[in-house]
Design a protein around this ligand. Structure first.
Ligand code: SF4
Length: 355
């Protein structure tokens, strides 16, 4: 077998390919959380060397299992946590760390949380939740505040606004609360919306309405949206580009339909095989099942190798670079390398001993 190359590979920027400067760009973001154990100091390798560009008017879905690092990535992008290394660029300019620069950044990049029940304060009305950020960030003149707050509700399709503006969170459905949470984010006129599992706690019947709202905001307000989800089917529905994360790393990215129609990485194939599909009549063969690895001591080489039915010797020794998989699709898998690609059908068949 050919020895894997050790040359430094060029930085791969994941996300929709659009001309011009992206609204938000992350370069080589890495986050290690220290953990103190009996035998000394160790780190959780939560996010490793991710470069991502979010152009305006696009939706990028970050997909992965629990513990893949996708929510940590969203929090790094909001500056809620500080990266171990790497940098953020807003409209092509490096983001500063002074209090004034951080406040300016917060008004441009807004995080929508998973739980609409806890993200709104139950003792305050919808009006309070919307007028507070308007006063802080936009300082409207007297008499303007009421009209601005109502227009925010209209923008998230809570119409007529008079029916909602003086209600309290407990008087709203889960979907309506999530719309109010999104409206509150729009109050600061952001360029980028980071939505962390925004529909996972909602009834299935109202999820589609919130996804359609995000789609509408991308189109109408030209927002750059990052949609974090464990549900690859909803990512295909909403996103321009899908970025698949496993154990803190990006393993595959590309146009949403291409990734879901022709996944190149065995982990993406596993995610798709586990996704609900009403048109499927055959039972699903869940190959490569198992638990995600410890991020304190992640597996050597390809981090997916202990679960991968196609794992080869090279996979255990050397981490694969992002390799082209057709068009704008890339996947970090040695199967795509001419040096390691299977040459026969038998080579491409998963080994029973790996199950
Ligand atoms: Fe599987 Fe090897 Fe590809 Fe990793 S690099 S996904 S172990 S075939």
């Amino acid at each position: 077998m050919t020895t894997p190359t050790t040359e430094t590979t060029p930085r791969v920027v994941h996300g929709p390919k659009r001309p011009g400067t992206p609204a938000l760009e992350a370069r080589n973001l890495t986050k290690h959380f220290p953990v103190h154990q009996f035998r000394g100091r160790q780190v959780v390798h939560a996010v490793e060397d991710i470069s991502l560009a979010l152009p305006e008017g696009t939706v990028t879905a970050v997909v992965g299992e629990s513990g893949s690092g996708k929510s940590t990535l969203a929090r790094l992008l909001t500056q809620l946590i500080t990266p171990t290394s790497g940098e953020l660029l807003l409209d092509g300019k490096p983001v500063g760390t002074s209090a004034r620069e951080r406040r300016a950044y917060t008004s441009q990049v807004h995080l929508v949380l998973q739980d609409p029940f806890s993200s709104l304060n139950g003792v305050h009305s919808v009006r309070y939740h919307l007028e507070r950020p308007l006063k802080l960030h936009r300082k409207p003149g007297r008499g303007e505040l009421d009209a601005l707050a109502k227009s925010l509700l209209e923008r998230v399709a809570l119409s007529p606004a008079e029916n909602y503006i003086d209600k309290f969170p407990h008087e709203l459905s889960g979907g309506q609360r999530q719309r109010v949470a999104i409206a509150r984010g729009l109050a600061v006129q952001p360029r980028v919306l980071l939505a962390d599992e925004p529909v996972s706690m909602l009834d299935v019947s109202i999820r589609l309405g919130v996804l359609n709202l995000l789609d509408d905001l991308r189109e109408r307000e030209r927002l750059a949206i990052l949609y974090v989800t464990h549900d690859i089917a909803s990512a295909r529905y909403l996103a321009d580009t899908v970025v698949v994360m496993y154990a803190g790393q990006v393993v595959e990215s590309g146009p949403a339909t291409q990734i879901t129609d022709s996944p190149a990485h065995p982990y993406t194939q596993l995610l798709l095989s586990a996704a609900p599909d009403p048109s499927r009549t055959e039972p699903v063969e869940l190959r490569g099942r198992g638990a995600p690895p410890s991020l304190v001591d992640p597996p050597s080489g390809c981090r997916f190798h202990p679960r991968c039915p196609f794992a080869m010797a090279v996979c255990k020794e050397t981490a694969p670079p992002a390799l082209p998989a057709g068009g704008d699709q890339v996947a970090a898998c040695w199967l795509l390398s001419p040096d390691h690609a299977p040459t026969t059908a038998a080579d491409a068949t998963p080994s029973a001993t790996d199950e």
